[in-house]
Design a protein around this ligand. Sequence first.
Ligand code: LLP
Length: 436
Amino acid sequence: MNGGENTRSPTPNHTIRPERRGPAGGHDRIEGVNARTSQLSDIAAAAGTPCYVYDAGAIRAAYATLDAAFGGYPHAIHYALKANSTLSVVRLLHGLGSHADANSLGEVDVALRCGFGPDQVVFTGVGKSAAEIDRAVSLGLLAINVESPGELDRIDQRAIAQGVRARVALRVNPDIDAKSHPHISTGLKSNKFGVPIDEAPALFREMSSRRGLHPVGAHVHIGSQITTLDPLSKAAAAVVALARDLRGEGVELQHLDMGGGLGISYDGSPVVDPAEYVRALVAATRGSGLKVAIEPGRVLVGPAGVLLSTVVDVKQFPGAKRFIVLDAGMTELMRPALYNAYHRIEPLIRRRGDDVPVDIVGPICESTDAFARDRNFPPVEVGDVIVVRDVGAYGAVMGHTYLRRPLPPEVLIDGDNWRIIRRRQTLDELLALETE
Ligand code: LLP
């Protein structure tokens, strides 16, 4: 069930038909996407599967919740493009008043292309190349988040060579355990990120003395998919204390960048309420009077996206496992293979019958290519459409073309309409960089 969209005009606007229930009854709503079964059925038929589908309304609502929770306190929400940098999604966030957090020159350029001014972009990255530093300095970004004393030197030199002062923030490593998956924790001193917070005062003094640098902020990001408030509050308190000490020494910052990291509930278990998180940051910072910046990615776009896939095989090993084989796998969603991450999965239209334990696997020739193991799942047949939830963040962006699998399309639902915001890659496009 591939393809389909390439025969249509590049960005058609489809009107979603009024709701109808599937033949076997069942689900009429996909939580987090506000899309109904018939909408997703239409999209799967027109765009083909695998296919990512995002709901603009869910992104708007998530942004509004964070923004409102600041309650007028000076702040900037820098959407972390790494979560999903598809142009239409980034443009949507720009239109909501978001600022941007970029982690590569590619992301900086995507942000600029989507309408962000350089003074709305912060640039983080543990290993910025000379070309990246040069361009970040020449663009005059809001802040380059500095990751090491060596990088401080390199930015200073490039700024002097260009005859400018680069706005920089120091990324501190507070040695706080985010209590998330070890692969996405960044705030311990065993992690490669930032500079130990004890070294920060001396480095700020150093930055203040450099001709090419203008220290404007402190930055902290201790990890991703954090599901308790405590580590986030502790990290915020640590940078607020740092800013207070610096003020005592005459180094006056403009903003405190608390990073991203707020988790979402992939499995229905409780997570931190986003408004409560923002209120905790404001409470920690209020005394300083400094502007708060945050860099949320997952919480803004994660629950707004699903991956549509089609069952290509169902197989039962006698007396042993039952496998549901999908046309999507680790090429479209790396998270289960990479972090053993849990994603809710359900058939778009539920058939009658009892749930049985199954492995839901992809078509890739790797044993790690499984979305779920021993998951209770209703009966399915070849051709049924399956919905994998919460893939709006770190889904498409981490997709790849292993086995020469072209990148799938992405669709944005907005109100009653939907449109393809990235069409399916063709094999010719995939091969276009190569010579024979
Ligand atoms: N700021 C910085 C400096 C970051 O490194 C990240 C994420 C964010 C902000 C956004 O974090 P968020 O709000 O989305 O948690 N691929 C992994 C997640 C890696 C996150 C990397 N940095 C996953 O699929 O879970």
